[in-house]
Design a protein around this ligand. Sequence first.
Ligand SMILES: Nc1ncnc2c1ncn2[C@@H]1O[C@H](COP(=O)(O)OP(=O)(O)O)[C@@H](O)[C@H]1O
Ligand SMILES: N[C@@H](CCC(=O)OP(=O)(O)O)C(=O)O
Length: 377
Amino acid sequence: MSVENLLDFRDVEKCPRLVIKIGSALLIHPDGEPRFEWLRTVAHEISGARERGQEIIVVASGSVALGASMLELPDGGRGTLAHAQAAASVGQVFLASTWAQLLAEYNLKAGQMLLTLDDLEGRSRYLNARNTLRELLERGAIPIINENDTIATNEIRFGDNDRLAARVAQVAGANGILLLTDVDGLYDKHPEEPDAQMLSEVRGVTEEIHDMATGGSGSGIGSGGMTSKLLAAEIAERAGIALAIIKGKDDYPIGRAISADTGTLFLPKRDDNAFKNWIGGRLRFSGSIRIDDGALKALQNGKSLLAAGITGVFGDFERGDVIAIEDAQGRMIAKGMIEYDKEDCVKIRGLRSDQVARRLGHVPRSAVIHRDQMVML
Ligand SMILES: Nc1ncnc2c1ncn2[C@@H]1O[C@H](COP(=O)(O)OP(=O)(O)O)[C@@H](O)[C@H]1O
Ligand SMILES: N[C@@H](CCC(=O)OP(=O)(O)O)C(=O)O
């Protein structure tokens, strides 16, 4: 299962989970008015994807540009950090409600997540983001993600929604990322230069590729320019996720670019199971969990590990550590990222889910180790 050409981004088998990033320049006219009708065509495409069974996550820029126009701030709100933060605060309310309204026309629910890149670095916040994304997707909602610009500092200036999209894709275990922007793809030099040529495929974001990006945003509405898209492509490449830069200006932009096969596709280095590869590659564990025969059978059938099947807890570990799973005879049968620390595991071993809630006094994660975060040996 991996994306090898642009057409595959629409293929639910090859790309069951897709991140779509929409740049500010697409969302807003130069006079600051939102492009509602255009956005409705994107909502239509998202609903079509959901109907095909594809899970969609949206990374939506535009809060600063929208808020700047609403607050009548100069320089698109990017003159000072205080302006950008105030603009983002006002613009985000509008941005999120616009998405909610347009998706509702297709009977879809929007779930807002405001993140900073830092949120995805720390282990427990990473896990929280991962679980929220998973829950939203399982319930058929569309996560609408933006930077938490009212507190972010560097990100708001450098337009890191491109990198945020790549990190979100990694956290969500997505198979593909589409960066929709106001240019048809990556050109070998600034697209306004007369002999500039578009690249249709990139294997490896080398120095030479980075050198092709010049300056910041072309429109002056966005902020990252091609530079931040290439940084995103590098993250995606390493994470084993295919990424494409496509033109998003026209109505129904995704279908249009994909059927015409125009855009720049960045091929991933490995297959799309980078997270499991990472777990599978772990050689040292801070602890282990012993399970009974019933749980062993469940795991062999692709299920998650529940507290009820745990018979022993060894070593010392924190939530988010990769630990070993042993069968009743003490043979290591799997590795996985654990959702509880050692102390809680001891408290809940052998308990049914309703008993776990009572024992810990809070609503727990349904699984002790989720199947997406487990590798059988
Ligand atoms: N080599 C290049 N190929 C394509 N676009 C480039 C290149 N170098 C700089 N750019 C500029 O990057 C812009 C896209 O970035 P940006 O305006 O930040 O869009 P978005 O708001 O979608 O993130 C293009 O409009 C273009 O002017
Ligand atoms: N988070 C900011 C946008 C940051 C950003 O990456 O912008 P863009 O280059 O237009 O995708 C906002 O909502 O205005």
